[in-house]
Design a protein around this ligand. Structure first.
Ligand code: NCD
Length: 386
């Protein structure tokens, strides 16, 4: 819509807090760090019977609507689990053919109606700008002192998927923290530094490889934008030689003006030994048009797939990520490799989405207080390094 990113960012904020979550550029580094810390706190609190029930009481007076009119399993279930962790009730609409839209009701009327019964709407839509339109409607209602609730974009067409990007960022931060179960991240880092002396803790300075459907993968766009908050980042975009699968010009220039070094090629195998992380994606066939089959027939698809042999070329600490669902771009022989991060990613999503909901309802401070109460003598490396 006709406003700059900066102006939209301001309009979707209230008292210095995000009110609606629509696009990745609403998040700066400080907020990513804050959410990641809350996610880690929720994860730890959820492990104890007493502490988890205290977390469940935090938002037991709030109700969420999960409005998912586009295919989804993990994002839907992950938000549902996030609501449960915080004690929120939720209702769902997944099939618009059962709603009053079939009686000719406008989607915005339907949405305003849902907000009468709920305190937040989390939505996935095939329409790239529907979540944003709903957020505008809520801002408008706020200016007339009418009931309005936060809108969270859980995937908008081929455009953005900011909450996937948040969980990906949380996973990346944890990976480059070199945490391990024995509570000794320095030892883990030193082990890798024996082989890669320049390796440093943290996201700054890292080289990230994105491979697959770069042009239409909303997770790629949103994550690349979040990563651009960090210093000295290099991104390799590896896509088949079909224009709609390649890095869109507008994203390239946004990243470049944020200081990212952008590289593009069609040779995954060549870049694997030099990158700190590989983010694989499937081809988003749901956005295909009839004549794409002709272009696809000329592509050597194996060049854009990862298997155990190719992973063996990668650095020994470098995570392999994928938002899932996968098709055949990562073969199952990679799954047992400790660098395969995709199932951890999904679990991280539940904690990070719970952290986001807590933040939107201003309950993150109370989570911090609960964490201090239960873990006051706990050695919290994340907090120490901030
Ligand atoms: C992604 C999506 O829906 O954009 N899935 C997800 O939310 N984990 C990625 C995809 O469908 O390829």
């Amino acid at each position: 819509m006709g406003y700059s990113v900066g102006r939209k960012r301001d309009l979707f904020e209230q008292n210095g807090r995000l009110q609606h979550v629509i696009f990745a550029q609403q998040f700066n580094r400080e907020l990513i760090d804050q959410l990641s810390l809350t996610a880690n706190q929720i994860r730890e609190l959820a492990g104890g019977q007493e502490s988890s029930s205290e977390v469940r009481s935090l938002l037991s007076n709030r109700r969420a609507m999960l409005f998912f009119t586009q295919a989804s399993t993990r994002t839907f279930l992950s938000f549902a689990a996030a609501c449960q962790l915080l004690g929120m009730q939720f209702t769902e609409v997944r099939d618009p053919s059962l709603s009053s839209e079939v009686k000719g009701e406008s989607p915005l009327d339907s949405m305003r109606m849902f907000t009468s019964f709920n305190d937040i709407v989390i939505m996935r839509s095939g329409e790239p700008d529907f979540a944003e339109m709903c957020a505008w409607m809520m801002s408008d209602l706020a200016s007339f002192n009418q009931r309005n609730v936060p809108i969270v974009n859980a995937g908008s067409g081929a455009d953005e998927h900011p909450t996937q990007a948040l969980l990906d960022m949380h996973t990346i931060k944890r990976s480059f923290d070199f945490e391990d179960e024995t509570d000794s991240p320095d030892a883990v880092l030193r082990r890798f530094q024996a082989v890669y002396p320049d390796l440093a803790r943290g996201v700054d300075g890292k080289t990230i490889c994105f491979c697959g459907d770069i042009g239409r993968g909303r997770t790629v766009r949103s994550l690349a934008l979040l990563l651009s908050n960090y210093d000295d980042i290099t991104m390799h975009f590896i896509a088949p030689p079909v224009e709609k699968l390649q890095l869109p010009g507008e994203l390239r220039s946004t990243l470049a003006s944020a200081g990212v070094t952008v590289r593009e090629s069609d040779n995954l195998e060549q870049v694997l030994p030099e990158v700190d992380l590989v983010y694989m994606t499937r081809v988003q066939h749901e956005h295909d048009s009839d004549d794409d089959a002709r272009d696809y027939a000329r592509v050597d698809w194996d060049a854009y797939k990862l298997d155990a042999r190719k992973v063996s070329l990668m650095r020994t600490y470098a995570p392999v990520m994928h938002p899932f669902p996968r098709n055949d771009e990562i073969s199952s022989d990679v799954d047992r490799d400790p660098r395969a991060m995709y199932f951890h990613q999904a679990r991280n999503g539940m904690w990070m989405r719970a952290a986001l909901l807590a933040y939107l309802f201003d309950a993150d401070g109370r989570i911090g207080a609960l964490h201090r109460k239960h873990f006051s003598d706990y050695h919290d490396y994340n907090r120490e390094r901030q």
